[in-house]
Design a protein around this ligand. Structure first.
Ligand code: FES
Ligand code: FE2
Length: 351
């Protein structure tokens, strides 16, 4: 690993420079596992759903045999997106000139292609690596990457040990958002709770965010935080239940997995760079079928409050680091050690 000064942030120019984002897309997002959606979105044979892995457009397909496939959603003719939204089809037809692909990605028809001598071998949709953990679908644009289990490290075991059976969860909702901040600022903000007592009064009234109770644990590219409820939590959200403490994981580069204390639940989603100063996010919320509606409502409101507060925080940081004059900031060696680890992984990937 590249030596990194763990007391200093990345150069602040890395949060605004289009050339850095270009490099990140090539060195990180083109070759990493990323959460793209749920298997139930393509449950039926012949169904497809469009999504993205970073900047890379992806179409998920359930073929007639029931196999889940992922392809680059780009037509081999002149590069149009082939599919939009989701649906169910026997073939996938590009809307531009009607090149038509099978659910196995093979190019079946290129109108006038035969007459004009077009060689259509090897012009199928480009397959991407795809795999699942329970209901969760991950794509790696690099077909020669490590298996998904390496990427997940021990998160599935940790989630199961908390009393969450991911196969039993029911999907609740997918809030989407776009933030005026670099994707790394969103990740770094997620990776420390140094700001919680100051900036998340509601969260901190329920979860014990003091350094002695709120624990950080670092895997290879897994950065995890564990927050137990306060002995006497205050506020509208009741954290009592089978899940005794919150778990908040970030799997490098951009997959976030949260388990709130209380009823078995999980939320999962990507942090997607759109531009140096813009980030797209969605979060799939799932909960045990036994959870009552009132608890679910409270949990969603509780988490949305934290999300809104975080949005304002990272957008303020984006404005600050964009100012010039200053080149970098400082990190606390313990409370912000996940931030340092994340930044070291970025440096290593870009080196
Ligand atoms: S770009 Fe798809 S058929 Fe022409
Ligand atoms: Fe936060």
């Amino acid at each position: 690993m590249v030596a990194v000064d763990t007391n200093r942030t990345l150069p602040w120019s890395w949060y605004t420079d289009p050339a850095v984002l270009e490099l990140e897309r090539d060195r990180i997002f083109r070759r990493s596992w990323q959460y793209v959606g749920r298997a139930d979105e393509v449950a039926e044979p012949g169904s497809y759903a469009t999504t993205r892995a970073g900047h890379i457009p992806v179409v998920l397909i359930r073929d007639e045999e029931g196999t889940l496939r992922a392809f680059l959603n780009v037509c081999r003719h002149r590069g149009s997106l082939v599919c939009e939204g989701s649906g169910r089809r026997a073939t996938l037809q590009c809307p531009y000139h009607a090149w038509t692909y099978g659910l196995d990605g093979r190019l079946l028809v290129a109108p006038r292609g035969g007459r004009e001598g077009l060689v259509t071998d090897d012009l199928g949709l480009v397959p991407l690596a795809v795999d699942t953990w329970g209901p969760f679908v991950f794509v790696n644009p690099d077909p020669d990457g490590d298996p998904l289990s390496d990427f997940l490290e021990d998160v599935p075991e940790q989630v199961a040990a908390a009393g969450v059976d991911v196969a039993e969860l029911r999907f609740l909702q997918r809030p989407e958002s776009e933030l005026a901040a670099n994707w790394k600022l969103c990740a770094e903000n997620f990776l420390e709770c140094y700001h919680c007592a100051v900036a998340h009064p509601g969260f901190s009234a329920v979860v014990d965010v003091s350094p002695g109770s709120y624990l950080l644990d670092t895997g290879r590219a897994r950065m995890s935080q564990y927050g137990p409820p306060r002995p006497e939590p205050r506020g509208s959200f009741d954290p009592a239940g089978e899940v005794e403490r919150g778990q908040f994981h970030l799997l490098f580069p951009n997959t976030v997995i949260n388990v709130m204390p209380g009823r078995p639940n999980l939320s999962i989603g990507p942090i997607v760079p759109v531009a140096p100063d813009r980030t797209y996010r969605f979060l799939d919320y799932l909960v045990t079928p036994e959870a009552d509606d009132a608890w679910v409502e409270e949990m969603l409101l509780f988490d949305a409050q934290v999300g809104d507060e975080d949005t304002r925080l990272v957008e303020r940081v984006q404005q600050g680091v964009s100012a010039g004059l200053l080149d970098e900031g400082r990190l606390l060696p313990e409370s912000e050690r996940h931030v340092a680890h994340f930044q070291a992984l970025v440096v290593e990937a870009l080196a």
